[in-house]
Design a protein around this ligand. Structure first.
Ligand SMILES: Nc1ncnc2c1ncn2[C@@H]1O[C@H](COP(=O)(O)OP(=O)(O)OP(=O)(O)O)[C@@H](O)[C@H]1O
Ligand SMILES: [Mg+2]
Length: 452
C-alpha cells in the first residue's frame, strides 16, 4: 500500500514531539524556509495526518509517552515508501539516534541543535528523497557532482582529487578553510567514498559540548563513575567504530582534552571514564578548523604534537571569492534545488544580477550564497531576479564602480564588508575593528540584508 509513491510535491514536513515549545520552534523555523509544516504532539495523531495529507518528511522525537518514535519509524518504513524520516533526540543519547538510523531514519539531530544544523539535516533528508526519484538532467554540470559538492573551478578540481585519494586510505585528515567553505561536506564525502561508507559517520562539534561532558561523550563511561552515570555507556568513538569520526572546530578543545585525543590517535585505543582497560577502536579521524591551527600552536593554545598528528594530510578549502567560475554554477544549482523543494518554477537571473553576485566578496562563502539564493526563491514572486531583489549589501558592491559618486552609506557598507572579509566573517572581531559593538554591527547588517 504505497500510497505516497509520488508524494514529493510541496516540501511538506510533519513534526511529532510531545513538547509544545519544541514544536513551536520547529514550525517557525521550517515555515521561514518555505516548507509547509504540520505539527502534532503524539504518534496516533501523526498516523491520522499521514493518511490525510501528503507529507514528504517526518521529523520525530524518540521518547514520547504511550507510543514512541521507534514505532512511528517502523510504521512509516512499512507503509510509506517515499516519506523520509528524521529523528530528534535528547542530549546526550547518541546511541538512540544511531539505533533510529538502523530502523530506517535517514537523519538524526541531537538537542540542542542550532537553526543551521536543523536546516542542514532537513536538506540532507530532502536530497536523499530527491535522489530516489528518476535522475533529472543537470544542464549546469559537466559531470555529476561528487557527493553533492558543486564546483568546477580549478581549485575545486584539486579538492575532488584529494578527496578521491584520501578516501582510499585511513590517514587522518585536517580540513581547513574559512567558515562556510564546505568542510563538513568534504568530510562526509571522504567517508562516503571510502570503504567505511556503510558504517557510521559521526560528526562531533567540539565547540558545543560543555568541557565537563566532552570526555564522557567521546570515550564513554562505566556505570557509577560519577553522579548521573546510571549505566555503562560508550562514547562517540565507540559509535564510530569501523566508520569515521568528524571532530569539528577542533581548536575549541582544552589542552588536557588534546592530550587524550593524541593518545587515541596514536594507539587507536580509548579508555572509558572509570576504566583502566583500554579498548581497541577502528576509527578514521577527520578534523576541521576555521581558525589557523599553526597560529594557535604559536600562542600555546593548541598542542604542537596533536597538530602534527592531525595534519598528516591537509585539505584546504578555497574561499568562494577565489572560485570565480563556481559562483554562477552554485547560484543556478541552489535556485533549482530550492525552487524544486517548494514546487515553484526556477526563476531566471538577469545578467546584471549575475555580475553583482560574481563581484561580491562572500565573507560567509557558500553558506552565505546558499542563504541568499534561498531567500530570493522564497521571497521574490517574479520570473526574473533583478538587481533590486538583491540584499542591499550586494547592490552596493555595484556602486563601487561609481568611484567618487557614492553616498556615505554606500562607503560605510563597503568598509564593513571588507573588514568582515578580512576576519573570515567573524562578527565579534569585525565589530571590534570597526569600533562598534556586536549589536550595532548586527543591526547594520540586518538593515542591509547580509545573510550569513
Ligand atoms: N561545493 C559545495 N556545493 C554545494 N553546497 C556546498 C558546497 N560547499 C558548501 N556547501 C553548503 O554550504 C553550507 C556550509 O558548508 P559546511 O557546513 O560544510 O561549511 P564549513 O566549512 O563546515 O563551515 P563552518 O566552518 O562555519 O562550520 C552547507 O549547507 C553545505 O551543504
Ligand atoms: Mg562546519
Amino acid at each position: 500500500m504505497n500510497k505516497k509513491e509520488n508524494s514529493i510535491t510541496d516540501g511538506s514536513i510533519l513534526v511529532v514531539d510531545d513538547s509544545e515549545d519544541m514544536l513551536e520552534v520547529l514550525r517557525r523555523n521550517l515555515t521561514l524556509k518555505g516548507y509547509k509544516t504540520y505539527t502534532v504532539t503524539n504518534v496516533p495523531q501523526a498516523l491520522k495526518l499521514l493518511d490525510s495529507v501528503p507529507v514528504d518528511l517526518v521529523i520525530t522525537d524518540l521518547k514520547m509517552p504511550d507510543v514512541g518514535g521507534f514505532e512511528l519509524i517502523k510504521h512509516i518504513r512499512a507503509n510509506y515508501k517515499n516519506v523520509g524520516v528524521m529523528v530528534i533526540t535528547g542530549y546526550p543519547s547518541i546511541q538512540g539516534a544511531v539505533d533510529a538510523v538502523k530502523t530506517g531514519a535517514e537523519e538524526y539531530l541531537v538537542k540542542s541543535f542550532t537553526d543551521e544544523e536543523l536546516y542542514a539535516a532537513v536538506e540532507r533528508a530532502f536530497d536523499k528523497l530527491y535522489s530516489r526519484r528518476p535522475a533529472k538532467d543537470h544542464p549546469y554540470f559537466k559531470h555529476v557532482p561528487l557527493q553533492g559538492i558543486i564546483g568546477e573551478s580549478e581549485a575545486m578540481e584539486k579538492v575532488f582529487d584529494h578527496i578521491m585519494k584520501v578516501s582510499q586510505t585511513t590517514a587522518t585528515v585536517l580540513l581547513t578553510g574559512e567558515s562556510g567553505t564546505g568542510k563538513e561536506l568534504v568530510a562526509r564525502a571522504i567517508h562516503y567514498c571510502s570503504s567505511r561508507a556503510s558504517n557510521p559517520f559521526v560528526p562531533v562539534n567540539c565547540g558545543s559540548i560543555p568541557e565537563e561532558l566532552i570526555e564522557s561523550e567521546l570515550f564513554g563511561h562505566l556505570k557509577g563513575t560519577f553522579t548521573g552515570a546510571i549505566e555503562t555507556r560508550g562514547g562517540f568513538f565507540h559509535t564510530a567504530d569501523r566508520g569515521t569520526i568528524f571532530l569539528d572546530e577542533i581548536s575549541n578543545t582544552s589542552l588536557s582534552m588534546q592530550i587524550k585525543l593524541l593518545r587515541v590517535l596514536e594507539d587507536q585505543e580509548v579508555y572509558m571514564i572509570g576504566s583502566k582497560k583500554p579498548q581497541k577502536v577502528d576509527v578514521r579521524v577527520i578534523a576541521a578548523s576555521n581558525v589557523n591551527l599553526s597560529d594557535q600552536v604559536q600562542k600555546n593554545k593548541f598542542r604542537e604534537d596533536l597538530y602534527y598528528r592531525l595534519n598528516v594530510i591537509n585539505i584546504s578549502l578555497p574561499p568562494l571569492r577565489d572560485r570565480d567560475d563556481d559562483i554562477i554554477l552554485l547560484v543556478h544549482y541552489f535556485a533549482g534545488k530550492f525552487s524544486n523543494e517548494i514546487s515553484r518554477a526556477k526563476p531566471a537571473f538577469s545578467d546584471e544580477v549575475l555580475k553583482v553576485l560574481k563581484a561580491y566578496h562572500w565573507p560567509g562563502n557558500i553558506r552565505e550564497l546558499k542563504n541568499v539564493i534561498q531567500s530570493l526563491i522564497i521571497m521574490s514572486e517574479t520570473d526574473m531576479i533583478d538587481v533590486p531583489d538583491l540584499p542591499a549589501i550586494m547592490r552596493f558592491s555595484v556602486s563601487r564602480e561609481k568611484g567618487i559618486m557614492r553616498t556615505l552609506e554606500e562607503i560605510e557598507y563597503e568598509h564593513i564588508q571588507n573588514v568582515l572579509t578580512s576576519v573570515s566573517g567573524n562578527k565579534t572581531q569585525a565589530a571590534s575593528i570597526l569600533g562598534i559593538d556586536r549589536k550595532t554591527l548586527r543591526e547594520k547588517l540586518k538593515k542591509f540584508g547580509y545573510n550569513a
